[in-house]
Design a protein around this ligand. Structure first.
Ligand code: MOS
Length: 693
């Protein structure tokens, strides 16, 4: 092996290997890739929230120049009705199969034409009529249809005598917190190009995991997974909205088969809002009892979220309550309310983000009522082992994050009293929040070939959704093989590369890096003495310990400084600092970017993001960036993210995921800072104009 391997690539800041391609506009995204004979599909979606399609009159559409035809529930081929996705059976997947409408935005037809312009113009002439039925969008945790959420992630917590401890507490906070329906808003809209060849499906698709999408597509179309070939080479963001098998690829594959041509379905921004998933609204009751010194006695977090009757989903808001602080009594409950909404899917720290807003706001309210420093209260209640399971933590550097963050942020100079700090007309406040984000690994496989020219071809079914996965996997492979990064040829973004986890759940990098590392190990054992190319493949499924002795989390402490204009209620974030304990960091430059991006997502959700539905029609009023506000550059302040030294013992290389922890925590830190500035507690996001005063 090359002696220069002593210069480890892991731990070094390196820019993205595809950065130049991206900034020069030459990285080929799905819609950039030419396919001969391409036709274009335009999706038409339901304008009612519940009911049945009475009729689809395509006379004018078919008369439009360039139109090849219309696919709807009367003409589309049958798909397998029983296909599951991440959270279980998903009846939203078989599209154009019947006349039933369960949410506004449900695809009802695809108009296919020679050009996208013709398809769009012809689609506007499609006359779809409905027999409407009363819909239900009235989300509340007290809704009559509320039921326990799926326990796919494990049972909720229930230890100790909750009511007894609450009764014995010196102070009890009992409040309800709300977050709205939110949308992912990835930069690249969903798009797929599909074609069939010899009974095999080929597709270019913007998604977060081509292998998983190939499994769902194979099941829907009733063919072997090996006959489905999906590529997602460059993906312009996902935020969870591309973890699912999207409408774009299902519709493109249906049309490509029907019209016997390659078909591209490219969504507009509006169609992304209408038809590709969302974070559901949440309503969360948090009760916390503490003694006069601030020691927690009782923690109760009951979270409810909305979902679609078509598909199971989990917005797992209750994780913070069971692990962040020690208390003799802890109960968590998670409820789901089926409504006529777009089926939700994971979005930017699913569960943890709205959950930590509620929980870390309530913890701050305990400090407020006891007139204790909120940082002190958090440090006072640190558990030595998991407060619910009693298991040790594999690594827990939260105290270091809190203390180091406080030092850098200048927390010691803070006057604890609310509404006392003024600068000109503005009120100024600071706040803090802690986060525990569950970490782990999913099964993946990798294949590495030692080529005769001294390079190594590394094949892994990963996706780089803009996070830098390519760059970090090259570093991981180089170190694991003991060679320089220039000898690594990495191939990713293709379902033919083998079983692999998607870029999601903050587990993409840990899962792929584990597979690459184990494959490199296997290859190195076989290399000595060989003169021909040698290949090794490892599937990590049997190597993963699903019942580890220790609980595995990443941690952060987020500090925020805000100003509030007392005349308008306008909140501006002035400073954000996140200190993170996320295992051994592979590439500090890219990790910092990912965490800062996450914190901006958290800021955006704290102050701007809110999907609004018209209660009469159930339709999304905010289906564009004019109505659905996300943080823009001018909203983003002095923002910093840094790491404390950490190493994850459950990972062979010490790695942990950091994809989403930046988002969680930021909302509560900002809401707590707004309280400090104004003396008014914010229990509903977003803290928009007028709400903060
Ligand atoms: Mo993430 S919301 O698991 O893509």
């Amino acid at each position: 092996m090359n002696p220069d391997w002593m210069t480890a690539a892991v731990g070094e800041s390196r820019p993205r290997v595809e950065g130049r391609l991206k900034v020069t506009g030459s990285a080929p995204y799905v819609a950039d890739l030419a396919v001969p004979g391409l036709a274009h599909g335009w999706m038409v979606t339901a304008t009612v929230s519940r009911g049945r399609i009475r009729d689809i009159d395509a006379t004018d559409t078919l008369a439009h120049p360039g139109v090849l035809g219309v696919l709807d529930h009367r003409t589309a081929r049958r798909l397998n009705p029983d296909v599951g996705q991440h959270f279980g059976p998903d009846r939203s997947l078989p599209m154009l199969q019947d006349d039933v409408i369960a949410y506004a935005g449900r695809p009802v037809a695809l108009v296919v034409a020679e050009t996208p312009e013709q398809a769009r113009a012809a689609a506007a002439r499609l006359r779809v009529t409905y027999d409407t039925e009363p819909h239900d969008l009235a989300f509340s945790m007290h809704h009559p249809a509320v039921r326990p959420a799926s326990t796919l992630f494990g049972p909720e917590a229930d230890i100790g005598d909750l009511e007894g401890e609450l009764a014995a507490s010196a102070v009890v906070v009992d409040e309800v917190y709300r977050t709205p329906e939110e949308h992912h808003g990835a930069m690249e809209p969903h798009v797929a190009t599909a074609w069939w060849e010899d009974g095999q499906l080929h597709a270019l698709d913007s998604n977060q995991g081509p292998f998983g999408v190939s499994q769902v597509m194979a099941a829907l179309f009733g063919i072997d997974r090996e006959r489905v070939h999906i590529r997602a080479e460059h993906v312009g963001g996902g935020f969870g909205g591309k973890t699912i098998c999207g409408a774009q690829i299902i519709l493109a594959a249906l049309a490509a088969e029907h019209f016997e041509r390659p078909v591209r379905v490219a969504f507009t921004r509006r169609q992304v809002f209408l038809a590709t998933g969302s974070r559901p609204p949440t309503e969360q009751r948090v009760r916390i009892g503490a003694d006069a010194e601030g020691r927690l006695r009782a923690v109760h977090h009951h979270a409810a979220f909305a979902l679609s009757p078509l598909a199971e989903y989990i917005e797992w808001c209750t994780e913070q309550a069971r692990t962040l602080y020690a208390a003799p009594a802890i109960r968590t409950e998670l409820s789901a309310v089926p409504l006529n909404i777009l089926p939700p899917c994971s979005m930017r720290g699913p569960g943890a983000t709205p959950g930590s807003f509620a929980f870390e706001s309530a913890v701050d309210e305990v400090a407020e009522r006891l007139q204790l420093d909120p940082l002190h209260l958090r440090l006072l209640n640190q558990p030595s082992v998991s407060p619910v399971s009693g298991r040790p933590f594999s690594t827990r550097r939260l105290v270091t994050c809190l203390r180091e963050g406080a030092r850098r942020f200048g927390w010691a100079q803070r006057d604890p009293r609310p509404r006392v700090r003024r600068e000109g007309n503005l009120l100024v406040g600071t706040g803090v929040a802690a986060v525990a984000f569950i970490a782990g690994v999913f099964p993946s496989s990798a294949t590495i070939t030692a080529e005769t020219d001294g390079t190594f071809s590394v094949r892994v079914g990963a996706t780089d959704i803009g996070t830098g996965a390519r760059t970090v996997l090259i570093a991981v492979a180089a170190d694991a093989l003991g060679v320089g990064t220039e000898r690594i040829r990495l191939h990713l973004g293709d379902s033919d590369l083998g079983m692999a986890a998607g870029a999601g759940g903050s587990r993409g990098t840990t899962s792929w890096a584990f597979a690459v590392t184990e494959t490199a190990k296997a290859l190195r054992e076989r290399l000595p003495g060989s003169t021909t190319p040698v290949t090794a493949t490892v599937d990590t499924t049997p190597l993963i310990n699903w019942q580890p002795d220790e609980e595995r989390y990443t941690y952060s402490a987020v500090f925020a400084e805000v100003t509030v204009d007392p005349a308008t209620g306008e909140v501006r974030v002035r400073r954000l600092l996140g200190m993170f304990a996320v295992g051994r960091v592979i590439n500090p430059l890219l990790a910092r970017s990912q965490l800062i991006g996450g914190m901006i997502g958290g800021l955006s959700m704290a102050l701007h993001e809110e999907a609004v539905r018209d209660p009469i029609t159930g339709r999304l009023v905010t289906a564009d960036f004019a109505g659905y506000h996300i943080a823009a550059h001018a909203d983003v302040p002095d923002i910093e993210a840094d790491f404390v030294a950490d190493y994850e013992p459950q990972d062979p290389s010490g790695f942990n995921g950091l994809g989403e922890i930046g988002t969680a925590g930021t909302g509560a830190a900002i809401a707590n800072a707004v309280w400090h500035a104004t003396g008014i507690r914010q229990r509903t996001l977003p803290i928009g104009l007028g709400r903060a005063i």
